[in-house]
Design a protein around this ligand. Structure first.
Ligand SMILES: [Zn+2]
Length: 173
């Protein structure tokens, strides 16, 4: 299991100087640390398998629900093992962290959108170059399958921009 902090820290519940430095320089955040410990302990108890890596987390505020925060956990491996049957595992993790956790498989922006919009797949990325040299990046989805997508354009944009630290727009074409 690869985590944003070293295994020793995840096990012992404190941070070595190297990981502390990462936290202080904002290379990792406090939620990365807390979630790493939770996942490590769950793997130790064999509630989840070891073959899952946490890449990073990003926290977003939900507009419609006041003060409600959702943690996006970007993982490598099969995200389903963190969700569990009927969402049992993800509920447990969310409860331990005290925040709603959403697991997203690490990948390119298009792959992430494919997961969010599943079963609909993105058509690709279009880049629009403006006369002032700026560019706008669009990830496009097929318009005729829009009713199969269970997530809004606004939400997909918010998630992808937060996860990639880049600006993408989502467009049905
Ligand atoms: Zn460490």
């Amino acid at each position: 299991m690869n985590l944003p902090i070293c295994t020793k820290d995840a096990k012992e519940g404190k941070l070595c100087s190297k990981c502390k430095q990462k936290l202080e320089s904002n290379e990792i955040n406090q939620v990365d640390v807390e979630l790493s410990r939770i996942l490590f302990r769950l793997a130790e108890k064999e509630t989840i398998p070891n073959e899952i890596n946490l890449v990073k987390t990003k926290t977003i505020k939900e507009n419609n629900k006041k003060d409600k925060e959702t943690v996006l956990a970007l993982v490598e491996g099969n995200p389903a093992v963190l969700i569990g049957r009927g969402g049992r595992i993800i509920r447990l993790i969310s409860e331990k962290l005290g925040k709603d956790v959403k697991v997203i498989k690490n990948g390119s922006p298009v792959q992430i959108i494919n997961d969010l919009a599943s079963p609909v797949r993105a058509c690709g990325i279009n880049i629009l170059y403006r006369t002032d040299q700026s560019e706008e990046k669009y990830i496009t989805l097929p318009k005729e399958r829009k009713n199969k997508v269970g997530i809004s354009v606004e939400k997909m944009e918010k998630l992808i921009n937060k996860l990639t630290d880049e600006k993408y727009k989502i467009k049905y074409i």
